[in-house]
Design a protein around this ligand. Structure first.
Ligand SMILES: CC(C)(COP(=O)(O)OP(=O)(O)OC[C@H]1O[C@@H](n2cnc3c(N)ncnc32)[C@H](O)[C@@H]1OP(=O)(O)O)[C@@H](O)C(=O)NCCC(=O)NCCS
Length: 148
């Protein structure tokens, strides 16, 4: 059975190959370790299939907004609604009252990333603007926002 749980440092060795498989400019091990252990505003979930990490979602909450840093599902596990489940879990867990209520979720995604843009639209995100040459290789980003 596949479940979603908070990521722990011991998951890093299974997160890293997924990072390298899924992204054109993967984060370094040290960056992921920082997110898992030190970044006070980071939240990190993994998809766990009987002890095997098969995907993850990594986001930050700052004041009234959350920002998705990365979402990834390893190839063999795609097209089963797992990315959607990760996103739904994040929406459920966002603070909804008190001083830290999250009103917006934002993200940047490569303009060519049809799968991710479709996923985000399905989750209620709207395209706000293109950010020209946002990535180191010169590709534009699409900036998307969902109002909670
Ligand atoms: C984007 C990604 C996370 C989707 O994971 P997934 O578990 O296969 O997605 P789901 O099965 O939950 O799909 C949900 C929706 O996303 C969209 N989607 C997913 N894969 C798609 C594809 N290959 N083409 C078009 N739309 C796609 C669809 O709208 C889909 O809904 P549908 O099944 O009703 O059509 C996965 O392809 C991935 O890891 N890609 C590499 C990393 C990446 O680009 N991350 C996003 C930028 S941070």
């Amino acid at each position: 059975m596949i479940s979603i749980r908070k990521a722990e440092l011991k998951d890093l060795e299974m997160i890293l190959p997924i990072e390298n498989e899924c992204f054109i400019s993967p984060w370094k091990e040290s960056d992921l370790k920082y997110e898992l252990t030190e970044n006070p505003v980071n939240k990190f979930y993994v998809l766990d299939d009987e002890g095997k990490v098969v995907g993850f979602l990594n986001f930050m909450i700052t004041f009234n907004s959350a920002t998705i840093s990365q979402i990834a599902v390893t190839k063999l596990y795609r097209h089963q609604g797992l990315a959607l489940k990760l996103m739904e879990q994040m929406f459920l867990d966002l603070p909804k009252d008190g001083d830290e209520v999250v009103e917006f979720v934002t993200l940047e995604v490569r303009k060519s990333n049809v799968a991710a843009i479709s996923l985000y639209k399905k989750c209620g995100f709207e395209i706000i603007v293109d950010k020209k040459a946002y990535y180191p290789d010169g590709e534009d980003a699409v900036y998307m926002v969902k109002r909670m």
